[in-house]
Design a protein around this ligand. Structure first.
Ligand code: 4AD
Ligand code: MG
Length: 460
């Protein structure tokens, strides 16, 4: 007999004979001659109640079922006499697959996020983390659907690369050389003897590959893991995170901002429609304004303003920020949050940043001071998206690479794209974990990725 997922059973309109479920015990409550077991199979937040009675041959064992034990149950789905649930299963068979002893760490009480991080292998079994990871799964699907519906092609950009897209030098090296005994040439490490015959690293962004494919297939996107050896101990940075990177040929900055706004709104509406039960958990226990915030993001227009205007607003605010702000300095999270939370009270898109604080590939504006860059800022997080129109003029691009002291020869293929049929093109990167933080109200990025990688932490 085929098992049914609890999420499907709970949607039943009519009673059913002989259903089969497989899951884990959340709680057990005994009364005279009966025992009620709450079982969860991870398919949804809710448990299903199982009514067992002393006529079952293994009833003495059933009375030993503790939280975390694995069970397979068959019986009839009947209307529940008790309050709090519509359906319950009248068990005719309870197969005990395995017990979880008293030492099982997830007993029925609330645990702190900090404690749960130390048992990241078990935390998806809790209501909160189960909900967060169901939402993560749904959002992944919604991203593919969003792009596919609009004719974008999905590109698998390499994980191991020889380039540094962001030029920030935050690279994790990939090597097979013996670290204790590095081959040397002229007293420097001889990478010619390394696996790839030259230096290699984990990618910080799939953008450069995506650009090559946009200039062939038109509208493309990548969605994969990216890696940054940033030593920042914040609640918004991890060393391994997933990025969604659309790239569009024949497309300028404004059209890219339109796409970013449309995408965030689409994903917000999607999750409000498909995951209300899980969202309500976050509204009840994490951020009581969550649904209101999401509703408002889904329906209102994002504010757009230049970096120069943003700096003016910040200066006029008369707030004593930890970091001073002036034209030419990068916006810090505190500045971003002020703009989106206090000033506009909605997502904000800031564009035309000073060129000296942005990477080589961004298109230089006519003022020669700013580049066609844009960041999307959302309440509670700050930057969730970073994007730009790309420099499509070969001479300008080479000049920018020289200024950034980049080894142009290594990027011959990238420069080729500006030699052969170069066109205006643009794209952006959405931090997938920051998106989940935004959708759930979870305030620490370590709690929206299954096994977070951060400085001094590679457990699990
Ligand atoms: O602004 P970033 O650095 O942009 C790029 O990498 C571009 N190449 C993207 C593109 O245009 N195709 O990163 C994009 C987003 C950020 O806005 C942020 O949401 C997320 O990636 N991000 C991180 N998320 C978690 N941990 C980190 N250490 C992150 N660094 C960036
Ligand atoms: Mg950025």
């Amino acid at each position: 007999m085929k098992r049914t997922k609890i999420v499907k059973l709970l949607q039943s309109e009519i009673p059913a004979t002989h259903v089969l479920i497989k899951g884990w015990v959340r709680t057990r409550r005994d009364s005279k001659g009966f025992s009620f077991i709450e079982v969860n199979d991870g398919s949804c937040l809710k448990n299903i109640q199982i009514l067992t009675n002393s006529s079952l041959s293994n009833y003495p064992d059933i009375l030993r079922l503790s939280t975390g034990s694995a069970v397979i149950i068959s019986g009839n789905l009947v209307e529940s006499m008790g309050s709090g649930q519509k359906w319950e299963i009248l068990a005719d068979r309870v197969e005990i697959v395995s017990f979880a002893p008293e030492s099982y760490p997830l007993q029925k009480k609330r645990h702190t996020d900090e404690f749960l991080r130390t048992i990241a292998h078990l935390r998806p079994r809790t209501n909160k983390y189960g909900a967060a990871f169901r939402i993560r799964s749904e959002l992944s699907y919604a991203i593919h659907k969003f792009f596919r519906d609009r004719g974008f092609k999905y590109i698998h950009s390499p994980i191991i690369t020889g380039s540094d897209c962001e030029g920030a030098g935050e690279l994790f090296r990939v090597t097979t050389l013996t670290l204790e005994n590095l081959p040397k040439k002229d007293s420097r490490v001889d990478y010619a003897q390394d696996f790839f015959g030259s230096q290699a690293n984990l990618t910080v962004s799939g953008q450069l590959s995506a650009e090559m494919f946009a200039l062939a297939l038109g509208d493309v996107y990548t969605f994969g893991p990216t890696f940054r050896a940033e030593n920042s101990h914040t609640s918004r940075h991890v060393a391994e995170f997933w990025m969604v990177e659309p790239e569009m040929a024949f497309c300028n900055l404004e059209e890219t901002m339109d796409l970013a706004e449309e995408m965030i709104k689409y994903l917000t509406r999607f999750i409000l429609k498909e995951n209300m039960e899980d969202l309500e958990l976050f509204a009840n226990f994490v951020d009581k304004n969550l649904i209101k915030t999401l509703d408002s993001v889904a329906s209102s227009s994002f504010n757009r303003l230049s970096y120069a205007s943003a700096v003016e607003i910040l200066k006029k605010s008369r707030i004593k920020f930890e970091y001073d702000i002036d034209f030419g300095k990068d916006l810090q999270t505190e500045h971003e949050r002020y703009l989106t939370e206090q000033h506009f009270k909605n997502p904000v898109i800031v564009y035309d940043y000073p060129k000296n604080i942005k990477p080589f590939y961004m298109r230089v504006n006519d003022d020669d001071k700013t580049v066609s860059a844009m960041d999307v800022l959302v309440p509670k997080i700050g930057e969730i998206i970073g994007g730009s129109q790309r420099e499509e003029r070969l001479d300008m691009l080479e000049k920018r690479m020289d200024e950034a002291r980049m080894p142009k020869d290594d990027y011959w293929w990238y420069l080729d794209s500006r030699r052969f049929g170069s066109v205006e093109h643009s794209g952006f990167g959405l931090g997938f974990e920051r998106l989940i933080m935004f959708m759930t109200g979870i305030s620490n990025i370590r709690d929206v990725i299954p096994f977070p990688r951060t400085p001094n932490n590679i457990e699990f």
